[in-house]
Design a protein around this ligand. Structure first.
Ligand code: NCD
Ligand code: ZN
Length: 349
């Protein structure tokens, strides 16, 4: 039995750190353990220009603790009116690593998202030409006749598959895979398409969320699915296959926004993320595949080098903290697995 593991430092290919007091409260958790992170642009208002991203990157860097080598990788929020020239300038200038596509209404702060897929054709064509990655929240949300549990599969069929045909050289990341259908699709569409997998989609199913009382803290988009979907995700993540890689989708919200008549989607897992992945891989007997998933497959999909530094994790119980104070005692964000025993811990990073 392996009790200790040293791997290349991981990267988080899908992360929300927000802004202002929340950013300052949460940034350190990721900076402690990860080399880089793809920073999601769904602020209010969203990050849609080079100037927005430069300013946001400075605020993010200011929230990174001193002495950390962490590097944020910025993204541009795609709208119906995004200018391909701005995208190309931002990419060539080293500001934008990728573009993020939110279908309108699909998730938190997606009101400015894409309403008409015809309108983004010039941007996609340009990205294909310059070799820039497209990150997709893959859910068909604007059609209310689609059941919420079928949004991902429907998006793949209606939108993603035609897109891969129309732009065969466009490299895509389907974010936060949540279903067996998505796992099967990514596998079939690799290496053009890669997929990130969150710790919570690996740990939970919809019965955990709804079967024994309603647990609003498990509410996220894409919504948790059946046990057979979770098992397909677990098999994919721990397989070592290069098309599957780490993206926590850590998404902190103030308590009042989660516990409301219309609560918002998103789950804050950065304080337990790499430890939780290690625990999951260990339980699956696949610790030897953790480095590929966490530290190698992602950079390869982005054509970036892996980190040189390493991180060491060790078997050992600790109790996850319940919450983080955001802005004095009144504002706080509840932490995924808070109060639970976590079976692995980081000993050096
Ligand atoms: C994310 C958020 O809160 O920004 N929420 C979520 O449920 N995952 C947005 C997203 O990635 O969908
Ligand atoms: Zn997200």
């Amino acid at each position: 039995m392996m009790d200790r593991i040293t791997i290349r430092k991981p990267d988080d290919w899908h992360l929300h750190v927000r802004d202002g007091a929340m950013l300052n409260a949460v940034m350190r958790y990721t900076a402690h353990h990860f080399g880089r992170a793809i920073i999601m642009p769904n602020l209010i208002p969203p990050v849609t220009t080079i100037a927005d991203a430069v300013a946001y990157r400075e605020r993010v860097m200011a929230a990174v603790p001193e002495g950390s080598d962490f590097r944020p990788l910025m993204t541009c929020y795609l709208t119906d009116r995004t200018d391909p020239d701005e995208i190309e300038r931002g990419f060539r200038g080293g500001v934008f690593t990728a573009v993020k596509l939110y279908p309108v209404g699909a998730t938190t702060n997606s009101a400015y998202g894409v309403t008409d897929f015809e309108k983004i054709r010039p941007v996609l064509a340009r990205m294909e030409k310059i070799g820039m990655r497209l990150l997709i929240h893959g859910e068909e949300a604007s059609d209310p006749s689609i059941d919420v549990f079928d949004r991902e599969a429907t998006f793949i069929e209606r939108r993603l598959h035609p897109m891969t045909r129309a732009y065969p050289a466009l490299r895509i990341v389907l974010e936060h895979l949540s279903s067996k259908a998505a796992v099967d699709y990514v596998r079939a569409a690799a290496p053009q398409v890669g997929g990130t997998i969150t710790p919570y989609h690996l740990m939970l199913n919809r019965t955990d969320m709804l079967g024994y009382g309603i647990r609003p803290y498990y509410y996220c988009m894409p919504i948790l699915k059946r046990e057979r979907d979770r098992l397909a995700l677990l098999q994919a993540a721990t397989s070592g296959e290069s098309c599957f890689f780490l993206g926590t989708d850590s998404a902190p919200h103030p308590v009042a926004a989660k516990l409301a008549m219309c609560g918002c989607a998103g789950l804050f897992n950065a304080p337990v993320a790499i430890e939780t992945y290690a625990e999951i891989f260990d339980r699956a007997g696949a610790l030897d595949k953790l480095e590929a998933f966490a530290s190698l497959n992602g950079p390869a999909h982005y054509a970036l080098p892996p980190n040189d530094a390493t991180i060491t994790l060790e078997r050992g119980d600790w109790t996850a903290p319940d919450e983080v104070a955001v802005d004095g005692p009144e504002e706080r964000a509840i932490i995924f697995r808070g109060g639970e025993t976590v079976a692995w811990r980081v000993v050096s990073a």
